[in-house]
Design a protein around this ligand. Structure first.
Ligand code: NAD
Ligand code: MG
Length: 332
């Protein structure tokens, strides 16, 4: 490194004039900048993705992303990795569609080996994700099964560890959301289904995984803006998200001394199968995301980099945090 660069790097760190710093730092970081440039095309977020009104559509639970209109964007053609998770070993529940799929594609392109879990009827979506991950040159393993069963959750973790040769990222993302106008419409069976999927499954999975997680590991839960600002039609679901936000904060304190970080992602309205398979009323679906300051729903890919950031080793001081992505309304 020549003297000029030595000085200008110091100036850059000290936060001196951006113009001077940029011009002078460029030669030092030139190679990296060229690569990153592909990702930094300036885009207007208000016009980037479809806005309501949307076509009426409904699918039987749990729905398929491939049958949605418009099809959600999970980063299939756009997400570019830069080795941020090279050599990492990840288990992602609900990895076939929605946020889980966006995280799976991004993790694979960042160099991680990935196991995805999903409900057996979601095989077509899952196979698309497996093919995309394999194309990134990493191990991509599909383990279908029902997370409402404790024995399956334990086996999922065991099988994932065997397949990956270890585990250091757990993304507990699968979720059940059904809209009910009144508490009177929620049967005990429905209530139990939501609790089992959203509260018990993460408990069983994290418990099974913990003895195997080395220091440096990351646990990420998908919570929701519903945790702090529940809508009237999601009585049972919203309280599971409050529980998720809460377990993230408690577990982060418990596991920080072991070097394991625990964080959450709190999406706003995101265009995923969950919404077209009972998660939203038809009325809400047609105008989905329209009430946000961005006037549109989010797409799963818009949260991919958050799941990457929370898992990556350079986020080593971030734990117990909830990271929101809501189009401007809602609090994490
Ligand atoms: P999604 O339907 O694409 O993903 C949910 C996944 O959960 C399904 O793909 C399915 O594989 C899995 N799942 C549900 N029950 C299961 C079971 N019993 N066994 C195995 N797998 C099961 O929808 P999404 O919106 O991407 O949901 C992912 C997470 O995001 C959920 O936790 C959801 O609550 C949360 N979330 C979604 C929104 C939104 O607007 N879409 C907003 C806030 C939070
Ligand atoms: Mg799915």
């Amino acid at each position: 490194m020549n003297d000029e660069n030595k000085i200008t790097r110091r100036q850059a760190v000290a936060g001196l004039g951006t113009a001077i710093a940029t011009a002078a730092v460029a030669p030092v970081f030139g190679a990296v900048n060229d690569k990153v440039m592909d990702n930094v095309k300036l885009e207007d977020p208000t016009t980037k993705y479809p806005k309501p009104p949307f076509k009426e559509q409904s699918q039987e639970w749990p729905g398929l992303a491939s049958k949605m209109d418009p099809k959600p964007d999970h980063g299939e053609t756009s997400y570019k990795g830069s080795g941020r998770l090279k050599g990492r070993k990840a288990l992602i529940t609900g990895g076939d569609s929605g946020m889980g799929r966006a995280a799976a594609i991004a993790y694979a392109r960042e160099g991680a080996d990935v196991v995805i879990n999903y409900y057996p009827t979601e095989e077509p979506d899952a196979q698309e994700v497996i093919a995309l991950m394999k194309a990134a040159g990493v191990k991509a393993i599909a383990i279908p099964g029902d997370l409402r069963e404790e024995s399956f959750c334990k086996k999922l973790v065991e099988d994932a560890i065997k397949a990956l040769g270890g585990l250091d990222i757990v993304v507990s993302n699968a979720g059940r959301q059904q809209s009910h106008a009144s508490i009177l419409d929620i049967s005990t069976e429905q209530f139990d289904w939501t609790m089992k999927t959203n509260i018990y499954a993460p408990f069983w999975i994290i418990k099974a995984a913990l003895p195997h997680l080395p220091p440096g590991s990351a646990i990420i839960g998908t919570t929701s803006e519903q945790a702090t600002d529940p809508t009237p039609d999601l009585y049972d679901y919203a309280q599971t998200k409050a529980a998720t936000t809460n377990y993230v904060r408690s577990l982060a304190k418990q596991l920080a001394p072991k070097g394991i970080r625990v964080n959450g992602v709190a999406p706003g309205p995101i265009w995923t199968p969950l919404q077209v398979s009972g998660g939203a009323t038809m009325e809400k679906l047609k105008m989905f995301g329209g009430q946000t300051p961005m006037s549109r729903p989010g797409q799963p890919v818009e949260l991919a980099s958050i799941y990457v950031q929370l898992a990556a080793s350079d986020a080593s001081y971030a734990t117990g945090q909830i990271y929101g992505s809501t189009g401007g309304a809602g609090m994490p």
